[in-house]
Design a protein around this ligand. Structure first.
Ligand SMILES: Nc1ncnc2c1ncn2[C@@H]1O[C@H](COP(=O)(O)OP(=O)(O)OP(=O)(O)O)[C@@H](O)[C@H]1O
Length: 403
């Protein structure tokens, strides 16, 4: 793995008697989205504010590319500050300013750019984020999801290396929440910035993060990938995740990823004790991005939600549906071999095709493509290997085309 871009070493912070950070050690890697999770009041925002010097530690070090920030000269600190942008709740859009003026603000504050150059950069960014033609509108005239997009445009306009997000989806409904996550993830891929996201959205945040850090009682008690945290058998971690995650993924109505994995393990146990066969079906919506291009992030998420409803309605009661990622669903088919799974999948494809996906149909000439891969479980083979086998299986590939 690369050298960390930002590293916390033995960082302590108290406010009076209230010891918030106790020996925090944490690495943030370049070009990745790292989520900071943990119970309320554990110090997630305080941690984030240390990164940009809004709060100073009592002891310990914060390093940027291996260099202690506290030892940097004034000019170096200024350069460093210019590499950052934020999307913080308390830095919401200014209602008295137009969308254009809001997005232009960081350029006016940070750079000595002339007005035509600022105009060009703001309009370019608005275009890249599908915000054309709203430059003279005021934030109060925008929907919640649109405001978040404008806030993201403001964070991106300086082309920052690092963006810090403090609970970017608070107060949004499931479709808008997932739309904001999808937007952060796709722009992170497009622009390659390093993102740090403080979030309460579990499991949704797992679908977009490369790494996660969990803070508990002032310490980082976990650092690793979303799969690793969900597989962790540390009681504190499991209690936290199971306590916060909903029974059903709010967008798809399916079980969240962690629950899907636990049901897989139960099926594996049945295979061991009763020699029951079972199969795994992975459905991937291949062209979410195109839906987004045509109709925006919210339409993309609405289409996914609608598709998941149709899948659920077309499965047997014993089948276990869960969400596997931003655009993936996993279905465990108990007592079903690969051939049987192929038939289930084919039947579902036919039914869904006939039902149609109403949200997507309104865009003429558009095809909603979903690929399906099937793998039969093998005793004691871990879930990752079976999912990978299903995803790469070429002999069972279907496309649900709703044109
Ligand atoms: N500037 C400050 N002065 C005094 N206490 C503070 C300050 N900022 C944060 N705190 C305290 O630090 C603790 C951690 O706060 P923080 O906002 O980081 O929690 P959090 O994990 O982000 O919580 P939440 O998930 O509810 O947003 C809280 O007890 C809070 O009251």
């Amino acid at each position: 793995m690369d050298q960390p871009l930002i590293r916390f070493e033995n960082v302590y912070k108290s406010f009076g008697e209230n010891q918030v950070l106790r020996d925090v050690n944490l690495s943030i890697y370049p070009g990745q989205l790292t989520a900071i999770i943990g119970k309320s009041g554990e110090g997630k925002s305080v941690l984030l504010k240390h990164i940009i010097g809004l709060i100073d530690s009592d002891s310990g070090n914060i390093l940027f590319q291996g260099k202690k920030i506290s030892k940097m000269k004034k000019a170096e600190k200024r350069d460093l500050k210019n590499k950052f942008s934020y999307m913080f709740q308390e830095m919401a859009l200014f209602d008295s300013m137009t969308v254009f003026e809001n997005i232009a603000l960081p350029l006016q504050e940070k750079n000595s750019l002339k007005a035509p150059e600022i105009r060009k950069r703001v309009l370019d960014k608005m275009h890249q984020l599908d915000l054309d033609d709203i430059e003279n509108i005021y934030p109060s005239q925008l929907s919640g999801g649109m405001k978040k997009r404008v806030a993201l445009a403001r964070a991106l306009v300086t082309e920052p290396e690092i963006i810090l997000f403090d609970e970017p989806t608070t107060g949004l409904d499931p479709i808008r929440k997932n739309a904001v996550h999808s937007m952060i993830s796709s722009y992170q891929k497009k622009f390659g910035f390093t993102g740090v996201v403080v979030s309460h959205e579990i499991p949704d945040i797992f679908y977009i993060s490369h790494r996660l850090a969990m803070i508990d009682e002032g310490k980082i008690i976990f650092e690793g990938t979303p799969d690793e945290i969900q597989a962790s058998d540390e009681p504190v971690i499991q209690q936290f995740i199971r306590g916060i995650e909903t029974r059903h993924d709010a967008l798809t109505g399916m079980a969240p990823q962690g629950q899907g994995a636990r049901r897989f393990i139960e099926e594996m146990a049945r295979m061991r004790s009763h020699q029951n066969v079972f199969s795994v079906l992975i459905l991937t919506v291949e062209n979410l991005y195109e839906i987004n291009k045509m109709a925006g992030y919210e339409a993309e998420q609405a289409a996914l939600s609608n598709f998941a409803d149709k899948v659920r309605a077309n499965l047997r009661v014993t089948d276990i549906c869960s969400r596997l990622g931003l655009n993936k669903l996993m279905i465990v088919l108990p007592r079903t071999d690969k051939e049987g799974a192929g038939l289930v999948c084919k039947g579902m494809a036919e039914n869904i095709k006939n039902l149609g996906l109403t949200e997507v149909k309104t865009y003429p000439g558009f095809c909603f493509s979903v690929s399906a891969g099937i793998a039969e479980a093998e005793q004691d083979k871990p879930i990752e290997q079976i999912v990978a086998a299903a995803e790469s299986s070429k002999n069972v590939f279907y496309e649900f085309k709703v044109c």
